[in-house]
Ligand binder design. Structure first.
Ligand SMILES: [Fe+2]
Ligand SMILES: [Fe+2]
Length: 223
């Protein structure tokens, strides 16, 4: 009996964790299309920076596919989640007062302050992601699933390439790498996700599963 309860707990824990990661990886690579658009216009003479962001996008896409594959191997679909579990969604909303889809790329490109802010938001989000993976790699429950362990080892290896390009760009242009209020926003969002969203999802036993994969159906997260 005890064993069964633990097995149920463990499966639920993995489902919640992987559903949140799947969302964030998907949001990551699709949002980077917007960023790339802005960077190509803002920094046309900096192909190295553009290439770094292209690599960042390719990595997030790879991460998304790893989590999707994990679910496929389990024979289950991810739990239904929404923007509320997206670190970058909440951060963009906080800083720009709009959703990622509503970001005005042309305005960001034309306003140096806003472009720098966008770089800092991505940098802080990725630094947070890196710190979180370091915690996960020490979590014995998560490490007990060999496929999950491998996924997080790969994510950990890729992650520095996701914040360093933006950090270096800001440094090269003599800009502050982060403001105290942005760091505070990042910290608060992280706490809301870990202490509010994650447990709520875990306990919501009636939570439905997705019926479509987001890379195949753009409206998958709205179904
Ligand atoms: Fe990722
Ligand atoms: Fe990343």
């Amino acid at each position: 009996m005890k064993h069964l309860i633990f097995a149920g707990f463990r499966q639920r824990y993995f489902d919640v964790l992987a559903s949140i990661y799947l969302y964030n990886e998907f949001r990551g690579y699709t949002s980077l299309d917007r960023v790339l658009e802005a960077v190509r216009l803002r920094c046309p003479d900096d192909p190295a920076f553009q290439a770094e962001i292209e690599k960042h996008r390719a990595d997030e896409h790879k991460h998304y596919r790893m989590f999707r594959r994990w679910f496929e191997r389990q024979g289950r679909m991810p739990l239904v989640v929404d923007r509320g579990v997206g670190h970058i969604d909440r951060f963009i909303q906080w800083v720009f007062q709009c959703s990622i889809d509503e970001l005005d790329t042309a305005k960001i490109v034309a306003t140096p302050d806003q472009f720098e802010q966008l770089c800092r938001v991505i940098m802080l989000t990725e630094q947070r992601g890196y710190a979180q993976v370091e915690i996960i790699l020490k979590n014995r429950l998560i490490m007990s699933d060999p496929v999950m362990k491998r996924i997080f080892q790969i994510v950990h290896k890729d992650e520095p390439d996701h914040f360093l390009p933006y950090q270096r760009w800001l440094e090269r242009h003599g800009r502050a790498t982060a403001r105290w209020n942005e760091r505070a926003a990042d910290w608060t969002i992280h706490k809301v996700l870990m202490l509010g969203k994650l447990p709520a999802l875990f306990l919501d036993s009636g939570r439905e599963r997705m019926t479509h994969w987001p890379d195949e159906d753009p409206a998958a997260y709205a179904h």
